[in-house]
Design a protein around this ligand. Structure first.
Ligand code: C2E
Ligand code: MG
Ligand code: MG
Length: 561
């Protein structure tokens, strides 16, 4: 090799090394140009590189083959290199020359060094990409939370965070969709819904999946109306024919980034949107909740309740109030439901104001066990005082279902208080979630084996189908008060009739909640629902009051209107 060629080689080699060791500023076009110069310098006719994720892929020929250079002059292989990386990926390179060309050993050596440098760069570059894939995408290929956080940081760095809106959504009833059309079709539907959102928000925005059927997005605020339309309902075709279609809708939290917003870290924005979407989820009808002063106050209230909870528990501020369950014919008290009241500074806080908040973490489980313990202690005391107890039901949040020790914990509380199992009933609400359903079945079956009664609470609120009720060995159905016609609607008791008939058909004991008037009591009697719970008899009572009712053993039933 003459001096001139050697200098040119050194120059190109240096350029190549500079480029491959500075991936941040890697410029593909410039790199390809350098490769081309190298090939021309050495009279290389063609250069091919290959990348395979594994040896198996290599054998199957599943990988990427790149022709880096080809001047069409020859097909004679002069160098072939194969490199297996630590992660067992395979990188290969082949250099071709024209038949008539010959190479000195020195030249071959130099070409070989270049080729090896190139292969090691390709393998590093590929690994980086694979790493990005796992960091910023979930296993099925949706962008993930990390991606979103990074995108927010980038927007901020470019001074482009204002003028955008953040939306977090939770698809409505997606487990029902999955159940009805099958999981594979469900996956297709979800993907198409996501693609549609992506299409609307375009290149400036981004949508990411947070897991399950939760998604978060940011986009230019002028697109909000279009996004809201999709959230309201978007028909997705998932098969080859038009009739295979489902309408997908979502609940959403919305945050319009105000002009004076000061960005500190991505997590702050995420917290705001989280509060909004949680509010949207907990409110049965409000589908879209904007983050504003109200949500801000709500957030403060949530935080203060979370903070107060341990102390309130310690100070015994939570009390069990008892609401009698009454035989509609004899007026006898046949049981009662224990309902939680928080007495703080002499004020009674109703469960609606704190239970949904405690349900956002596992505090609710602590509270439920605490309530069960109070109830067991009361029953024990009644027995020790030779008073006849009745069966008391305790509400358990669905949050307990993931606890694999739930059954043992319940039984321990009951047995530690030496309470006969027949005096305790557990109320749980229905579920539409597959996984929860399995847990629900396991827990209810376990309780039944221990001789503890179980009730399906708020039955008919539209969560589950009859089949699901049938598959679980419940003892009692509690019909939600929304089914009971008011005195004005007396003649429209079709739905109620239907629900009671279902309970009877399943051979379950039937309790109707929310009986407020004598007229409503009549409806229960007409439909042979034997047990009533409601203000007509009593509101939930402090324990001393309830004990007085127990002493009287029942109510005189008469028309007081
Ligand atoms: P729930 O278990 O369905 O309880 C029945 C609710 O209906 C009670 O509301 C009760 O006071 C109310 N109610 C009873 N009779 C009538 C009536 O005639 N008319 C009307 N309008 N309402 C009536 P409360 O006590 O406010 O409890 C609300 C919900 O909070 C309960 O619904 C239950 O889901 C939950 N909850 C209460 N205590 C606990 C607890 O210790 N643990 C858990 N996990 N949840 C609880
Ligand atoms: Mg209940
Ligand atoms: Mg109920």
């Amino acid at each position: 090799m003459n001096e001139e060629k050697l200098n040119a080689y050194r120059d190109l080699f240096e350029k190549m090394i500079d480029m491959t060791t500075d991936p941040e500023n890697f410029d593909r076009d410039r790199f390809v140009a350098v490769l081309k110069d190298i090939c021309e310098l050495f009279h290389i006719a063609k250069g091919v590189t290959e990348f395979y994720k594994s040896v198996v892929d290599e054998n199957d020929g599943v990988g990427e083959v790149l022709i880096d250079f080809d001047n069409g002059r020859g097909e004679k292989v002069i160098i072939k290199r194969r490199l297996v990386t630590k992660a067992k990926a395979v990188v290969k390179g082949t250099i071709y020359a024209a038949n008539e060309d010959t190479f000195t050993d020195e030249e071959l050596k130099k070409i070989d060094i270049m080729l090896r440098a190139l292969l090691s760069f390709i393998s590093r570059n590929r690994m980086q990409k694979a790493l990005e894939q796992t960091m910023f995408y979930d296993p099925v290929g949706y962008r993930n939370f990390n991606y979103f956080m990074r995108h927010l940081d980038t927007l901020n760095e470019k001074g482009m965070i204002h003028g955008n809106t953040l939306v977090q959504i939770n698809l409505r009833q997606f487990s029902i969709i999955n159940r009805e059309i099958g999981r594979d079709a469900g996956d297709v539907v979800m993907r198409k819904y996501y693609d549609r959102i992506e299409e609307i928000i375009g290149g400036d925005g981004v949508v990411c999946r947070l897991g399950g059927d939760n998604f978060i997005m940011i986009f230019k605020t002028e697109l909000l109306d279009d996004i809201l339309a999709i959230i309201k309902g978007y028909p997705v075709v998932y098969g080859t024919t038009e009739d295979k279609r489902v309408k997908v809708s979502a609940v959403a939290g919305v945050y319009i980034v105000p002009d004076d917003y000061v960005y500190e870290r991505a997590g702050d924005l995420f917290e705001l949107i989280y509060v909004a979407v949680q509010t949207a989820k907990s409110e049965s009808k409000g589908r879209v909740v904007y983050y504003d002063k109200d949500t801000e106050n709500r957030r403060k209230r949530i935080l203060s309740i979370w903070r107060m909870f341990p102390e309130a528990l310690e100070e015994q501020e939570f009390k069990a109030y008892y609401q009698p369950k009454v035989d509609v014919v004899s007026g006898e008290i046949v049981g009662a439901e224990a309902l939680c009241r928080w007495i703080r500074n002499g004020e009674v806080i109703p469960p609606i104001d704190f239970i949904p908040l405690l349900e956002q973490n596992t505090d609710i489980c602590t509270l439920d066990f605490y309530m069960l313990d109070i109830v067991c202690k009361d029953i024990r005391r009644w027995m020790d005082d030779d008073r006849k107890p009745v069966r008391i039901s305790v509400n358990l949040s669905r949050k307990h279902l993931i606890d694999t020790n739930l059954l043992e914990s319940i039984m321990k509380i009951i047995d530690d208080n030496r309470v006969p199992h027949k005096y305790v009933e557990i109320e749980l609400t229905e579920t539409i979630n597959d996984i929860e359903f399995r847990d629900l079945k396991r827990v209810v079956t376990g309780l039944k084996d221990e001789g503890i009664c179980t009730a399906v609470d708020d039955f008919g609120m539209g969560y589950s189908s009859l089949n699901l009720i049938k598959e679980i060995p419940w003892d009692v159905i509690k019909i939600d008060k929304s089914f009971l016609p008011t005195d004005e609607e007396k003649d429209s008791d079709m739905m109620y009739k239907h629900v009671v008939a279902i309970a009877h058909e399943l051979g379950l004991e039937c309790v109707t909640e929310g009986v407020e008037t004598y007229g409503q009591l009549g409806i229960l009697r007409d439909n042979k629902c034997r047990i009533a719970q409601g203000f007509y008899f009593d509101k939930p009572l402090p324990v001393e009051e309830f004990e007085k009712r127990l002493e009287k053993a029942g109510y005189d039933i008469e028309d007081d209107e």
